[in-house]
Write a protein that binds this ligand. Structure first.
Ligand code: ACM
Length: 761
């Protein structure tokens, strides 16, 4: 019906001299052709929709609202304009339109010419993607102006993968519906289109199921682990009304929500609500612990009726094709120990517990299949054989994904650790708690979702990838955002852009404007990749220090100040290590494109600070072994510190202590709750016997079997959430030695951990 004039009109030269800004588009489109000239966008300009489809109007309204919020430019959205005049801004939805090389239905073409801006796509999803690109094109700086010149460009774009995902764990921590929407909004601005919502686990059941109210009356609430006094109940859940609202909100952003209902393991909260679903008949608490729990569903028909009734309500709430059924880390101990389960296995003719899990998942798959849905599960569903149509989410590295694709099954790649955004993103001590092996921005950017081991036919089964936001240590939404952004930018580019277009330096140069967008939208992104890392080495006699400054990405120019004023781009430029007389104060920031890339980093340098190491700067006693975590714990006088500790063997090395000049050692430590379920790793936990009832700090020379230099009894950790200040005496003389520090303890809980170690003269 509509006559579409699809001519790319060359831009005319703009009257003024302009230098084009670096195009800050993330993810980078398949092709971007800049041309000279500008379109001048005025306040109140018309945005015409050419389509009879209300979805196109929805896209236009979303776009106009975003532009108004971030640039104060208010467009006049004109529905269903039939005019053939191509001037101004036009969004065209044309079912016949084809984007070059696009085999998805998400592509679009965007043209900025001197007389107007035209966005065209075959589907509303494509139109939405293009509107996000246009929004980024219009927000390359943060200036709010009544009109501005938009550089001419022609963009043809489509995604590489269909599954561009983020997973949020709302079971370990409950986040508000408002926050879920904010995250969905941010996903949409990254062209991420699958939100995997981890809604049930041992620590909480978060989705209202009308037929089983105790799932949320009981299962949504836990008493957190604590050393000091009784903590208050923690929890929350999403009502069906809230979920419908969130699903609608996601759909308006072309995001599909994949709900996850865990089975047969990670089921402790459900069994706490309905013990008859479990194997032992015992009602466990909703777990306050992290790790691998042993509560499994039983395999009675009544339990399958429960699961099917739950899934029926879930399918009613979530219209997407996929339902995630977990399947991971189902420790089989209870099934092995139960005569009833063993009898049932004989009746079913299944050989072992692994085969029983496979039978369990296949039964659920048949149910989902009968209801027109597809099952996806973590890669343990491969054990004992995959059900015929299942999709596998590869998390234990890539081998599950490779195996499934070779068997002709679709796969989504989410390999640990690269796609596990609960890992910290730098070595900095100001990173929030989490897993300490660094997954940096650069690591994520370098990730290739299609395993090399697959041939081209098998590779077509790779639907895409996702990053997982496990929330054990993301107890605030700021921490979720810190973990997600800007690593989600790297992820988005990996999943959207053609591999030939990927370029790390180019990506970095597009980030400063993106960070400004985060600031404008109030997103608590991490500046870990750019923050100045200041390292200082004491000079002779500790009268001076040599200071080196860098940042993780080596991006930007570092400037520093020494006079207790915040550094600006006019401050001294850092080029080589700086020698400073002590005491000194130094602060540094990296700048690029006229913007500060991070918050200023400041350090006080004096004899005391140079001889004080925090737990990230101390060394592990067993490097490469153990289970290191960075745990939250108290700070003296209130607040929170991060304690890096090997939870198998809490033990630290202070390297190269100068025993000629240092006579005392002061340790700040805290008792932390030992809330870890270690399953088969439980026997790796080391308890070191000591004399004092509440345990003691031991300081040993050179190695952890070396001479005991001092032993300090610990206070009983019972009443107040606080830290202990422990003073040890060092022997005089004898040169430079490593010191090994550990706590003796008779019981596993609580676990004492070191915050800082200070050497004193
Ligand atoms: C998982 O991390 N257990 C999927």
């Amino acid at each position: 019906m509509l006559v579409l004039v699809l001519i790319l009109v060359a831009c005319q030269s703009a009257p003024q001299q302009h230098k084009p800004p670096p195009p800050s588009l993330i993810p980078l489109p398949a092709s971007v052709d800049l041309s000279p000239g500008y379109f001048t966008l005025h306040q109140g300009a018309a945005l015409n929709i050419r389509s009879g489809n209300p979805a196109a109007l929805g896209v236009a309204r979303y776009f106009a609202d975003l532009l108004a919020r971030t640039r104060d430019i208010h467009l006049d959205v004109r529905p269903f304009d039939a005019a053939e005049n191509d001037d101004g801004i036009i969004f065209v939805l044309d079912p016949q339109f084809l984007v070059r090389d696009d085999s998805s239905d998400e592509g679009y073409e965007l043209t900025v010419a001197s007389h107007g801006i035209r966005l065209i796509a075959r589907t509303p999803h494509g139109l939405f993607n293009g509107s996000v690109t246009l929004w980024q094109w219009l927000t390359q700086d943060t200036a709010h102006k009544v009109s501005f010149d938009v550089p001419c460009v022609h963009i043809e774009d489509h995604p590489r993968f269909a599954w561009r995902g983020l997973m949020l764990d709302s079971a370990r921590r409950y986040q508000s519906p408002e926050f879920i929407k904010q995250l969905l909004d941010e996903m949409a601005r990254h062209k991420l289109d699958v939100f995997h919502w981890h809604l049930t686990d041992d620590q909480g059941w978060r989705i209202e199921i009308k037929q089983y109210p105790k799932l949320t009356d009981i299962g949504a609430w836990r008493i957190p682990a604590s050393v000091y006094g009784a903590p208050s109940r923690y929890g929350g859940f999403y009502t069906q009304e809230q979920i419908r609202d969130i699903v609608r909100f996601a759909a308006e952003r072309y995001i599909t929500i994949v709900p996850e209902i865990e089975m047969p393991g990670h089921a402790q909260a459900a069994i706490a609500a309905y013990p008859e679903l479990g194997v032992t008949g015992v009602r466990p608490p909703v777990s306050p612990d992290w790790g691998v729990h042993t509560y499994l569903y039983n395999v009675d028909d009544s339990t399958f009726s429960f699961l099917e009734n739950v899934l029926t309500e879930v399918m009613d709430l979530f219209p997407g094709n996929y339902v995630h059924i977990g399947g991971d880390e189902a420790a089989k101990d209870q099934w092995q120990a139960s005569a009833h389960i063993q009898q049932r296995m004989r009746e079913l003719g299944v050989a072992d517990e692994t085969a029983l899990q496979s039978w369990f998942i296949a039964r659920i798959e048949r149910f989902l299949d009968d209801h027109g849905r597809k099952l996806i599960g973590w890669d343990e569903i491969l054990q004992g054989g995959l059900p015929p149509r299942a999709t596998v989410m590869s998390w234990q590295g890539t081998k599950g994904g490779i195996e499934a694709a070779r068997q002709g099954h679709d796969v989504v790649m989410a390999p640990s650790p690269l796609m596990y955004f609960d890992h910290v993103q730098s070595q900095r001590h100001d990173e929030p708690p989490g897993r300490p092996d660094v997954v940096s921005l650069d690591d994520v950017y370098a990730y290739e979702p299609t395993p090399q081991e697959l041939d081209s036919t098998q590779a077509r089964h790779v639907l895409g990838a996702q990053a997982n936001l496990w929330s054990e240590y993301m107890d605030t939404t700021q921490r979720v955002e810190h973990a997600a952004f800007p690593r989600a930018d790297a992820l988005a580019e990996v999943l959207w852009s053609p591999p030939s277009r990927r370029n790390w330096a180019g990506f970095l140069s597009r980030l400063p404007a993106q960070l400004d967008r985060y600031r404008a939208l109030g997103i608590d992104f991490a500046d870990s990749a750019f923050a100045a890392d200041i390292t200082a080495k004491a000079g002779r006699q500790a009268r001076g220090a040599e200071v080196e400054i860098s940042n993780q990405t080596h991006f930007g120019d570092i400037h520093y100040s020494l006079d207790r004023t915040p550094p600006s781009a006019a401050s001294a430029a850092y080029r080589a290590p700086v020698s400073l007389a002590l005491p000194a104060w130094i602060s540094a920031v990296a700048f690029a494109q006229g913007r500060a890339l991070a918050a200023p980093e400041a350090r006080v340098l004096d004899a005391g600070s140079l001889a004080r190491l925090n737990s990230d700067a101390l060394l592990p006693c067993k490097p490469g072994l153990g289970l290191p975590l960075r745990l939250p714990g108290p700070v003296r006088g209130g607040g929170e510190a991060v304690y890096r500790v090997d939870i198998f063997d809490p033990c630290w090395i202070y390297p190269h202590a100068d025993l000629d000049n240092m006579r005392r050692l002061e340790v700040i430590a805290a008792a932390l709750p030992y809330n870890f379920q270690l399953w088969k790793d439980a026997d790796k936990v080391v308890l070191r016997p000591g004399a004092a009832p509440a345990g003691e700090l031991q300081v040993r020379k050179d190695t952890c079997d070396g001479d005991v230099l001092d032993t300090i009894a610990l206070p009983a950790a019972t009443t107040r959430q606080d830290t202990a200040q422990l003073q040890a005496t060092l022997p005089h003389g004898g040169g430079v030695h490593d010191l090994c520090l550990f706590f003796t303890r008779a019981r596993i809980d609580p676990m004492w951990a070191i915050d800082t170690v200070q050497l004193l003269p």
